[in-house]
Design a protein around this ligand. Structure first.
Ligand code: COA
Length: 462
């Protein structure tokens, strides 16, 4: 049964079946994560052998808990799960998270089918089995057993791999990408990617949705959810190769299916397929921090001709155009360049470019109605001063109110060493994605262009 997952992510009461005093056990970690969350709710440890765990009164079984329970986390060996799930159905629990492994991912479909039978024709919703649970960073609740605290932000992450999900939390923190919710879907017995895309589509805390998937159970529902979603959906689909497809079968019991069909289906539904999780975060950063590109005409600024050409090639390879400069823009930029240098697109500000040239060229491109997005690049060459390059961009963001004024995306690229690395954080913190690769920059601009196209389609359909 479908339905809004609001109570799932914001429960008033949670029970942990298999809660343990033993700090090495998953049931201990899950209970502790809930307890130390910056979130108010009733918490019930359940273990037939204990009276109290982590200072909380312990219950012998779900039925013994007074009042209703919104969410039950199960962390006991697989063979005990059907019995506990039946008790949850009887108790009219709303949601169950089955952390336990030992189901279809190890080839045991009968045990998973048993769970399916138990919840058939009931209102209960199940996440997992074989899941890490979720972390709701928007509201401060950690209903998982794993470490890692995501920076609060507006990217929702759905991962079929628990371990990769955790890796993504650290990667997101490192890349200054804030997360609204991160959820492991495991074997997807019931709660599936489409349910979560539907929920995040209207979640006010979420601006971008990212998925790591190994297999899709209901292709039509998945595509319909992406199509109906009001936000950009980024998809990493693993198992492209024959060997990779074999590996997905033993990881989450998924059938990888034809890769070409997946690519075509994701594209047709309006999603964006990413090569890997680094690309997902590159694009998520751009989509979360920048306005979409409402066309594919890109202006490039650099202090090194080589980097300008690499960016041009990468943009063209990703369906973007690098148009010639209009007469008005040419004039504005010509004024600030040394006499012998004439501006082109890409605009080479040459090796000794400082704050003034970067600032003037960036604002000229942003003001140009023939340009839909701007890439500003810097090579840490002999004369370059990285602080002046980032300073010019930061001035655009802070003093000129970049997005309100121009409504165009701005991405940055750098090639250099330590001195640059420190400055990169200033830009990321201000919401300007900066990449150490022309290809990664172009791919992210491509995502902003696709988002612009999606918005145009959405507007036309209204
Ligand atoms: N109700 C409540 N608690 C029960 C119970 C019941 N019916 N039966 C047993 N328990 C208790 C146990 O006594 C134990 O508590 P204790 O430490 O106080 O003795 C606790 O529940 C856990 O049971 P135990 O048998 O010790 O299991 P475990 O903690 O070693 O392993 C899992 C359980 C679920 C963690 C394990 O089976 C598993 O699946 N691990 C992999 C999980 C995973 O990686 N998931 C995917 C993540 S992406």
């Amino acid at each position: 049964m479908k339905g809004n997952l609001d109570t799932f992510f914001k429960p008033k009461s949670i029970a942990v079946v298999g809660a343990s005093k033993n700090p090495t056990k998953i049931g201990h970690a899950a209970l502790k994560n809930i307890l130390i969350s910056d979130y108010e709710c009733k918490i019930y440890p359940i273990n037939p052998h204990e009276k109290e765990i982590l200072g909380l009164r312990c219950y012998t079984k779900v039925a013994e808990v007074p009042g209703s329970i919104d969410v039950v986390l199960i962390s006991v060996p697989a063979k005990l799960v059907p019995q506990i799930l039946s008790e949850c159905v009887k108790k009219q629990v709303k949601y169950v998270i089955i952390i336990s492994s030992g189901f279809s991912e190890i080839g045991d479909h009968s045990l998973e089918n048993e769970l399916r039978q138990i919840i058939n024709n009931t209102h209960i919703r199940v996440l997992g089995p074989n899941t890490m649970g979720y972390k709701n960073a928007s509201d401060g609740l950690d209903a998982s057993f794993v470490f890692g605290v995501p920076r609060k932000g507006n990217v929702a992450l759905i991962s079929q791999s628990g371990a990769l999900g955790i890796g993504m939390i650290y990667l997101a923190n490192n890349e200054f990408v804030g997360v609204s919710k991160i959820i492991g879907v495991g074997n997807k017995l019931d709660i599936d990617d489409d349910d979560l895309i539907d929920y995040f589509s209207t979640d006010p805390e979420t601006k971008v949705i990212g998925l790591y998937i190994e297999g899709i159970k209901d292709g039509r529902a998945f595509m319909n959810s992406i199509k109906a979603c009001h936000k950009p959906v980024l998809v990493v689909k693993a198992g492209r190769s024959a060997a990779g497809a074999r590996a997905t079968a033993s990881h989450t019991g998924s059938m990888a299916g034809s890769d070409k069909i997946y690519s075509a289906a994701i594209k047709q539904a309006g999603g964006i397929r990413c090569r890997d999780v680094v690309e997902l975060f590159d694009m998520a950063q751009a989509l979360a921090g920048q306005p979409p590109a409402m066309g594919n005409r890109i202006g490039i600024i650099t202090n090194g001709g080589g980097l300008g050409i690499l960016l041009t090639d990468a943009c063209e390879a990703n369906g973007l155009q690098i148009p010639k400069l209009s007469a008005k823009t040419f004039k504005k930029i010509d004024k600030i360049l040394p006499d012998l240098i004439k501006p082109n697109n890409p605009i080479d500000l040459v090796a000794d470019a400082g704050f003034e040239r970067y600032e003037a060229a960036t604002s000229a491109l942003l003001e140009d109605p023939n340009i839909d997005g701007v890439i500003v690049a810097s090579v840490h060459g002999g004369y370059a001063r990285p602080r002046e390059f980032t300073g010019a961009i930061l001035k655009m963001v802070r003093q000129r109110k970049l997005h309100e004024t121009y409504k165009k995306p701005l991405l940055a690229t750098w090639v250099g060493g330590r001195e640059f690395e420190d400055l990169v954080w200033d830009l990321k913190a201000a919401g300007v994605p900066i990449y150490p690769s022309s290809w990664r920059t172009a791919r992210s601009m491509h995502a902003l262009y696709l988002e612009g196209e999606r918005l145009k389609r959405e507007e036309n359909e209204d």
